[in-house]
Ligand binder design. Structure first.
Ligand code: HEC
Length: 120
């Protein structure tokens, strides 16, 4: 079933000139804690609307861990590369951070996640 959904998504994407095939369903487990819109209300994690290019700890409504607040204070910004590393090993990048989600070891899955977050 998933295979055919992927095929359908690929065919649909191939039809438009610039779109890359990308599996937005990858973001589904993240949605338990994150929204991709600013007005989604209270969630266990910060909203991620436009997170690529945004300062670390950039949701003013969210109470971040000291680890992420320190990163914001020193000027860290969520580039695609930084998000990729963060998802691959959150604890290595910001020890003591509060994101209680397992590392995403699969590079293809991380690429799909970045795509869902609004990157290419
Ligand atoms: C169990 C809840 C939970 C899940 C599931 C989760 N996160 Fe998070 N996430 C958090 C929390 C809490 C933070 C804030 C961490 C801190 O303050 O140290 C966070 C922070 C982030 C940030 C940094 C946001 C910012 O404004 O600086 C990104 C990017 C992110 N998560 C992406 C993801 C992605 C992609 C997934 C799915 C693979 C995911 N998260 C799954 C709870 C979660």
């Amino acid at each position: 079933m998933r295979f055919w959904i992927a095929v359908a998504a690929f065919v649909a994407a191939a039809g438009s000139a610039h779109a890359q095939p990308c599996d937005r369903q990858a973001f589904e487990p993240c949605q338990a804690c994150h929204a991709l819109t600013k007005d989604a209300g209270i969630k266990p994690g910060p909203q991620l609307a436009g997170v690529i290019g945004r300062p670390v700890a950039g949701d003013p409504a969210f109470d971040y861990s000291p680890a992420l607040r320190a990163a914001r204070a020193k000027g860290d910004v969520w580039t695609r590369e930084r998000i990729d590393l963060f998802l691959a090993d959150t604890e290595a990048m910001y020890p003591g951070g509060w994101m209680g989600s397992p590392p995403v070891r699969d590079a293809k899955l991380r690429a799909d996640l970045l795509c869902a977050l609004g990157g290419r």
